[in-house]
Design a protein around this ligand. Structure first.
Ligand SMILES: NC(=O)c1ccc[n+]([C@@H]2O[C@H](COP(=O)([O-])OP(=O)(O)OC[C@H]3O[C@@H](n4cnc5c(N)ncnc54)[C@H](O)[C@@H]3O)[C@@H](O)[C@H]2O)c1
Length: 345
């Protein structure tokens, strides 16, 4: 089988390409990526050296560029498209929402049209738990796949819109789609602007960990390797036209995450500083993941403490990787301690 993976130079895409090539030894992967600030081709240098061009190829370009996307499909004839490509950082979406709608919605539409034109056998779309909106901290409820979509941030709204679009191509055109909506991921190769890498790399450097004031807000955490295994399971055994939630049931507050990182690295509590919440900072998300367990036979395997310790160790051992990213010229960097100066117009 041949897979076209979009956004394969980003965090989850990189881990997914590694996972797929390791577990499916007859398959080939084309990585289509625009290499935004979030994409880093060096994540896959060893893969390219070992597998290029027979089992791995890179196609540099934008999912918004229909001519480029069609050319790749015409040349490569992939059986499956896995769409990871997205603008993915909530904080950046508050400051620059437009790019999120362009890439996440219009880019998905370009891919769907091309997939339709070239008869791709499966379009698997990667989405997020955040499309369902937030849960109160004391709520006994979880979000199942039939929960209404109530996105509250520009990032979440763009992902929700893309999910609707993917479903519409199933209903209107019979496009063979599946969607997975995943909880917060952690693991190696995550950009140092995201919570766990940000706190880990700051703690390593004895820099402040900037916790939003609502530091008891919780997230559900899943190791990226478990996510990759879930996507593979849905591609193999998922039912066409269906959406699958992918969660671990493990909830941790931002306060608990920062304490875990400080304890593991032997750093003082005094590194914690409290800053105003980002606008639209959701309280909590928690998925009901029974459907993927019962229908597809997937369950998370990596215990949270073990996965976190390994992840923290990875950032300790790969300083050059994240320092190189931090040194890149990037005019979108968000100052997480400056939200009080943000005006809601
Ligand atoms: N990280 C999480 O916790 C999480 C959880 C649930 C769902 N998701 C979803 O998973 C997907 C991947 O997330 P991630 O954390 O790996 O993101 P990421 O920001 O690390 O990577 C995104 C990748 O997409 C590429 N890209 C961006 N715009 C592009 C464009 N127009 N054309 C081609 N490539 C483009 C970037 O260069 C980058 O390599 C996203 O769709 C995200 O919404 C992420």
């Amino acid at each position: 089988m041949k897979l076209l993976v979009t956004g394969g130079a980003g965090f989850i895409g990189t881990n997914f390409i590694r996972y797929w090539l390791r577990h499916y030894s007859n398959d080939a992967v084309i990585n289509l990526d625009r290499l935004t600030y979030a994409g880093d081709l060096s994540n896959l240098t060893d893969i390219a050296e070992t597998h290029c061009p027979k089992r791995y190829k890179f196609a540099h370009g934008d999912i918004l560029d229909s001519t480029f996307v069609e050319d790749v499909l015409k040349t490569e004839h992939p059986d499956v498209i896995v769409n990871f490509a997205a603008e993915s950082h909530n904080s950046r979406a508050i400051l620059h929402p437009r790019r999120f709608f362009e890439t996440n919605v219009m880019g998905t539409q370009v891919l769907l049209d091309a997939a339709r034109q070239y008869g791709v056998q499966r379009f698997h779309h990667i989405s997020t738990c955040e499309v369902y909106g937030e849960l109160p901290l004391d709520s006994p409820h979880t979000f199942s796949e039939s929960a209404p979509y109530r996105p509250q941030t520009p990032y979440n709204a763009s992902k929700a819109a893309a999910d609707h679009l993917v479903n519409a191509y199933f209903h209107s055109f019979g496009m063979p789609i599946t969607i997975s909506n995943c909880a917060n991921n952690y693991g190696p190769y995550q950009h140092p602007e995201k919570l766990i890498p940000l706190f880990t790399t700051n703690a390593i450097q004895n820099l402040p960990l900037t916790l939003y004031q609502s530091s008891h807000n919780r997230r559900e955490w899943l190791h990226v390797e478990d996510h990759c295994r879930a996507i593979a399971a849905v591609i193999e055994r998922g039912k066409i036209g269906e959406t699958y939630n992918v969660g671990s049931g493990i909830e941790k507050s931002i306060e608990e995450i920062s304490d875990f990182i400080l304890d593991t690295l032997g750093k003082p509590q005094q590194l914690k500083t409290y800053v105003p919440d980002r606008p639209g900072h959701d309280c909590r998300y928690l998925l009901d993941s029974q459907k993927i367990t019962h229908e597809v036979g997937w369950e998370p395997r990596i215990p949270f403490e073990e996965g976190m310790r390994e992840t923290i160790r990875w950032y300790v051992e790969n300083k050059e990787w994240w320092q190189a990213i931090q040194q890149k010229v990037d005019d979108g960097v968000v100052q997480e301690d400056k939200w009080e100066t943000f005006t809601r117009r």
